[in-house]
Design a protein around this ligand. Sequence first.
Ligand code: ATP
Length: 374
Amino acid sequence: MAHNKTLSESTTDEEPATPEDGETVLELDGVTKAFGEEAAVEDLSLSVTEGELLTLLGPSGCGKTTTLRLIAGLTQPTGGTVSIRGEAVAGDGAFRPPEKRDVGLVFQNFALFPHLDVAENVAFGIDDWPADERERRVDELLELVGLEAHRDKMPAQLSGGQQQRVALARSLAPEPEVLLLDEPFSNLDVRLRVEMREEVRRILKEAGVTAISVTHDQEEALSISDRVAIINDGELEQIGKPEVVFENPESKFVASFLGRASFISGRVRGDIVETPLGTLSTDQINGPVSAYDGAQIDVLVRPDDLEATGPTDGLADGRVVHRQYNGPSFVYRVELESGGVVRCLHNHVETFEHGQEVSVKIVADHPLAWYPVE
Ligand code: ATP
């Protein structure tokens, strides 16, 4: 068995697992998967520690699902190795089929058995357990996912969120070493999606399972994960805790994929940066820029880093070309005189009209990331 502790021994408010403090459960070492000439996954190396929830994030076609399939054993790598608890399950001359990997999979559409009730669905993967242990495990899991009262219902009688809970309980039942979740929230409506993010994280943490999830939704990745791996065109761009990858994106690709990023061009002058929206001092810039003295750089600005006002001294920086009303806030898209478009986040009472001329101020209270122009 992968986990000897019972569910009740773990708590929900535990510190999230970090790569430093756990044993490695899953390791990908230089994993490549080529389809003909094209590599869907290229030289991918990462490891996941006991109890950690890692999310693979990237645009459509970047190789997330292929990576999940390589871990599950549904497809074979053309290079590199996949190891679980230090043992190669693919590559290095080894190949263990999915059913021999101790890996659970939660499908996008939940894939419940329509002719089995909730308890029978949950018990499906442990039908070889002694009856009393099986019953205890099903009870424990139904309590974990909050479905004790629905144990005799058929899947068709459940809401989307309840179906997802059953799918999770079913995959957790055999105590897999690794649980894989493929776009776990894509089948839920928007409101439920946000609610279930919290709930799924709670369930995974309480179960203590090591999990890898896949999504193209950055907000989802940032909100549920212990660490996020950003994949671009089959390659790992950056891996780290959500707040680290969000605040310190190592590449322009990562920056533009997280948050509604815009870039303003700046010119380095000694250790400060001149931009069309004002001069940035050393403490407004992430790391020293002096090595790029005289060079052009791109500075990352997100909507909450900027503020629009009426034109200062009759001088405007640009014009509002779009206003998005989100209820509590407005996001104004401003086309700058100097070229480029930025977004400004405002309280719902601060209104500007479409086409209105505005000044734009940098109001970020953190150092801004920047990238040399190549
Ligand atoms: P999405 O978010 O759209 O599901 P993804 O990031 O999961 O995308 P993959 O499904 O892993 O992306 O696909 C990565 C690349 O590999 C794509 O270019 C895809 O066309 C290609 N690919 C995937 N499976 C195969 C296959 N069986 N044969 C040939 N090419 C494939």
